[in-house]
Design a protein around this ligand. Structure first.
Ligand SMILES: Cc1cc2nc3c(=O)[nH]c(=O)nc-3n(C[C@H](O)[C@H](O)[C@H](O)COP(=O)(O)OP(=O)(O)OC[C@H]3O[C@@H](n4cnc5c(N)ncnc54)[C@H](O)[C@@H]3O)c2cc1C
Length: 509
């Protein structure tokens, strides 16, 4: 349990010597210790977290586990934030079930399964998604209760450095004081200039996971992970999908160029069309359809593309609206991220920031790691997140996953590296499953053989990447992975063989 500020302001002893508590150099003169008189006005917690998304709810549960008096302010009617309500979970439900549908329709005969008439029921597809979301968000509520986390339902705003005013969802206001505050307010969709998102015809990812019928034609602006996942869902269900991407490569930042090209080829085979190096100039929305004017990046003829639904998937931006950061003098950078140090502290050291609203990749598992680490910094003074080993996964079929650096990054940094690749077409399990598109690629240091990056496109790549992440976390070499016995027949054997290819030779190729 954290010491109270009264205890902290009193002289402390360390190894028998008396030491005086010295306020942090960051701490302003009107600090918490001098404002104890306000305590009666508002209830006081050890930690209050603003935002019940992955970053916030994980921090809250961890704080509860550590015995801290903790509250989490969340304005949504369900916990779990973007990830559980409108992000990772609902999109994966649709990806999984649309893949099943597509497989039943197009890929069952050769497996000895003759199916009769197959009918898609979009309403029930959405219901299945909602059932998963409801189950998981309720699960967080249960974990809050189990770990004595109070959920304050409402919108939190800073009144001062230690006090938050909450506009309660059910009406009225409440004030809560905290020794430590963690901001975990997440992110929101970046708007596309000139296109108004109505979540019906012009949709963000939030609208794309809630369409009531399959569009005939769908245009996706942005060939990053979210655009390709949602494009895959609606393409599998029958929409004619075209992805317009400004860059010359799909997949967004971090995806290895060779893997991105392979991904594009496979998605094209599945029916998705791509327009790379192309910029969207403007959009014209009418009752019946939408027309986008596009042009090649390097100039050229304008072209019009028509669709019933346009998905704008150009990225997300940090969300800090209404927090009242200016009231306590906290700043954001040009991209809207709240500025912090390596222990997630703002310049007011008892206020920390984690998750999408600050630096680093906007990923749920990164947010989760930070939630744990932030609480450990508070309770123990140290925490651990290895930003060099945060995996990324795109849940298309096949999945694409990677961890560490890609070839382009290594070249740019002048690092000498070795490459070991192994195709799933030579992996017995993938062959048996008739699902053998893709490959595993190891990049390891030319001298030491230490793994620098692993890139996978293939079945269950999102699961296989965990092995690579673990190996990298422990500073393993590709030989370490290659000499580890992998069960047969498994997709994981492709990981082992790619590691073998990096330090010596694979057996099955
Ligand atoms: C379609 C889609 C698919 C995705 N898929 C994946 C995936 O497969 N894997 C992955 O790792 N990531 C994925 N992401 C990203 C992932 O959802 C985010 O990285 C993650 O949710 C970030 O967590 P967070 O807690 O920082 O923010 P959020 O989840 O955005 O949570 C912030 C919460 O704070 C609340 N809040 C904000 N301001 C206040 C306030 N003043 N008072 C009270 N409450 C407030 C918000 O209501 C929100 O619930 C996806 C995102 C999208 C949109």
């Amino acid at each position: 349990m954290l010491k109270t500020s009264i205890a902290r302001s009193a002289p402390r002893t360390l190894g028998g010597a008396r030491i005086a508590f010295r306020p942090s150099p960051f701490r302003p003169v009107n600090s918490y210790n001098q404002r104890r008189g306000y305590a009666s006005e508002a209830e006081e917690k050890d930690v209050v977290i603003i935002g019940g998304g992955v970053a916030g709810y994980v921090a809250a549960i961890k704080a509860g586990q550590e015995g801290l008096k903790v509250a989490c302010i969340e304005k949504r009617t369900a916990l779990g934030g973007t990830c559980l309500n409108v992000g990772c979970i609902p999109s994966k439900s649709l990806l999984n079930n649309s893949h099943l549908y597509h497989q039943i329709v197009h890929d069952s005969k050769s497996r000895g399964i003759d199916v009769g008439e197959v009918k898609l029921n979009v309403a029930n597809l959405m219901k299945a998604k909602e059932t998963s979301v409801a189950g998981l968000t309720k699960g967080i509520e249960y974990l809050f209760k189990k770990n004595n986390v109070e959920w304050i339902k409402g919108t939190g705003t800073f009144a001062d450095e230690h006090t938050l005013n909450v506009e309660l969802t059910e009406g009225g206001e409440r004030s809560v004081r905290a020794k430590n505050i963690i901001i975990a307010t997440g992110s929101e969709v970046s708007p596309f200039p000139g296109l108004t998102i109505d979540e019906k015809k012009v949709v963000s990812s939030t609208g794309a996971i809630a369409l009531t019928e399959v569009p005939k034609k769908m245009l996706v602006i942005g060939g990053g992970i979210i655009g390709l996942e949602m494009g895959s869902v609606w393409s599998r269900l029958g929409a004619e999908v075209t992805v317009v991407e400004f860059l010359g490569q799909i997949g967004g930042p971090g995806m290895d160029s060779e893997i991105a090209k392979a991904t594009q080829r496979i998605l094209q085979k599945q029916g998705i069309k791509f327009k790379l190096n192309t910029k969207v100039l403007s959009g014209d929305v009418s009752d019946s359809s939408i027309s986008l004017k596009v042009e090649a990046n390097k100039g050229g003829k304008e072209e019009s593309l028509d669709a019933d639904v346009v998905l704008s998937a150009i990225g997300r931006r940090p969300y800090t609206q209404g927090l009242g950061l200016d009231k306590i003098g906290l700043e954001t950078d040009k991209s809207g991220r709240i500025i912090i140090d390596q222990e997630y502290r703002t310049k007011i050291p008892h206020i920390r920031v984690i998750g999408d609203c600050t630096f680093g990749p906007m990923l749920a598992h990164k947010a989760e790691e930070e939630g744990v680490a932030a609480i450990e910094y508070i309770t123990k003074g140290y925490g651990h997140v290895n930003y060099g080993v945060i995996p990324s996964v795109m849940y298309t079929h096949p999945e694409v996953a990677w961890v560490g650096q890609n070839e382009e990054e290594l070249k740019k940094a002048g690092v000498k590296y070795k490459v070991g690749s192994f195709p799933y077409s030579a992996n017995s399990r993938a062959k048996t499953n008739q699902d053998s598109d893709g490959m595993v690629k190891f990049l390891s240091d030319a001298q030491t053989d230490r793994i620098l990056g692993v890139h996978i496109i293939g079945p269950a790549a999102g699961e296989s990447i965990a092995e690579a992440a673990l190996a990298m976390e422990y500073g393993a070499s590709s030989e370490d992975v290659a000499r580890t016995c992998h069960a047969h027949p498994t997709l994981a054997e492709a990981v082992k063989e790619a590691a073998m290819a990096a330090y010596s030779k694979p057996i099955h190729m």
